[in-house]
Every structure is written in structure tokens, then in C-alpha cells.
Design a protein around this ligand. Sequence first.
Ligand SMILES: C[S@@+](CC[C@H](N)C(=O)[O-])C[C@H]1O[C@@H](n2cnc3c(N)ncnc32)[C@H](O)[C@@H]1O
Length: 299
Amino acid sequence: MESVNLVEASKTLQKKQNETLQDFFSSKKQEKLNKKVVWHEFFNEIPKDITSPSIIIAHEFFDALPIFKFQYTKNGWREILVDIKEEIEDSKNSGEFRFVLAPGETQASISLTDTPRFDAEKKVGNVIEVSAESFDITREIASRINENGGFGLIFDYGKDNVSNDSLRGVSNHKFVSILKEPGSCDITADVDFSLLKSACSHLAFPYGPITQKKFLETMGIYTRLGMLLKKGGLNSSQRKSLVSGVKRLTSLENNVGMGNIYKVLAITNNQLVPYSFDSDETLVNETRQTEGLEEEKIN
Ligand SMILES: C[S@@+](CC[C@H](N)C(=O)[O-])C[C@H]1O[C@@H](n2cnc3c(N)ncnc32)[C@H](O)[C@@H]1O
């Protein structure tokens, strides 16, 4: 392996990741790997002269990238901007932010909405979200895979179509208004996987997105769980936590788990459909039966 490149924009989180990984690196086997790990603030800082095939994994990365928001009006798409509330109107709200519609066209509304992808969305009042940065980074991923081989796996919550009104703030695992406490909450938006797929065009082959449930099941999550449970050395609460962890990762009920809301997109440089991404649903059933440790039995 030539190198391990971790991309994290926040220096504080880079330090935290490093600290977390120290335990792993401390074992004799991983000592050499430690020297190969490099942090970058941005994806395009990963050296271009890496010539070996790249395995690129993005986990909850794209949902944190900036988006543009547009609303369809009788005059066409208008960008939604952030403004400061008028002090005179309500002194209590002075200094607070609010969303407003741009009075006319903006550079973004002209350049990002002029595509047939949004034709079906042209109804007055409809809102769409477009992440230009997600498009650019996916194109870079596809370009690297095109040049050196390898593959990409993108895990995130989102859908295989245009994102509408999904921008939200998250603080202490609860949804909050992004305008109330800017800077102190996480800002996130659903990933438009159809946009990421279009970014691969002429460079690489995208597959999926499939649900996280299908990906983990076909990759053998129950076999892994069975191995860990059989290995012994775990007390009852650790065993329960492993089982509930698997349930959380695979459940299709959105209020219980992430099996459906989280999707997985694969990017490769050829037309061989990657194993889990086969559209044939019997694959999942076969894997479950072979493993004999399907969901019903761990519940
Ligand atoms: C939703 S978090 C996911 C963190 C991680 N995947 C995990 O499971 O804990 C997204 C991360 O992407 C980082 N980030 C946001 N924009 C970025 C960019 N343009 N380049 C690199 N990292 C970025 C944020 O600092 C944040 O730590």
C-alpha cells in the first residue's frame, strides 16, 4: 500500500482522528502503516502522482458539503439566500437570520439550474438543492479511478433523485434551525445520488445506490456478528450492544435504524456489476440463508 489519505477539513477533528487511531497503530503489525497515513483538508490535496489503484471511501462526507437552494417562481428559478431580519420590524429579532428569495437571477441560478434534470421540478413553489462541490469531488474521484483503477464507495443518507427541501441543522442528535445558532450546530442536507452518478459520466461506472441494509447483508454482516458472538469473552451487555448495533445499521424503519435512509453508491472503472449492487433481490435472500443468521434470529 502506497499511502492512506484521510480527508477532514477541520484541524480539530483531524487531531481527534489521529488520537483515536493511535490504539490501532500501537500494535506491532500496524506500526508501518502509521507512517503512511496523511491528513488533508480537502480532497484535491491528495497527491496526483499516486499511481496505484485507489480505494476511495466516503462515509457521511457528502452530506456535509455546501448546497445551493433554489425555488421555482413564475419568473423561473430564484436562489434562496440568507438575510438579516429587519431590526425595526421586531427588535427582539434584531440580528437574527432569515431565508429570502433573490429578487432576480444570480450566477448560481443561471449556471446550476439550466439542465433537464430539473424539468420535472418546475412547479411554482418547488424547492431544489444542488451541491456543486459534491459534483466536482465525485468527478475527481471518477477521474482517479479512470486513471489508476480501483473503486469508490460512498455511504450517506439521501436519495437517487433531486433533493428538495432537506437542509437542516443537527445539534445533540436533534434537528435544530440552522439560522438560530450558526456555527454551533452541524449543517447537513440529503445527498442527491443521481447528481453524483451524473458526475461520473465518461470517466467511470457508478452502481446503485442500494440501501445500506442490502449492502451490509450481502457483505456478510450476520456472519461477522456470528463470529464475534461465538468468539466469547463478551459479557451480556456487550453482546446485546453488538446485536442492537447491527439492528440499528440494517433496520428499514427510519425511526429505528439506518438500513433504508443510508444508501451506498459504488464507482468502478468497468462494467462488471459489483457483488452487492446486482439488482437481483435473490442475492440478499441467498446470502441470508447461507449464513443462517438472518435478521429475524438476532432480534
Ligand atoms: C457528517 S461528518 C462525518 C464524519 C465521519 N464520517 C464520521 O462518521 O464520524 C462530515 C465531516 O466532513 C468534514 N468536511 C466538511 N466539508 C469538507 C470538505 N470540503 N473537505 C473535507 N472535509 C469536509 C466536516 O468537518 C465533518 O467532520
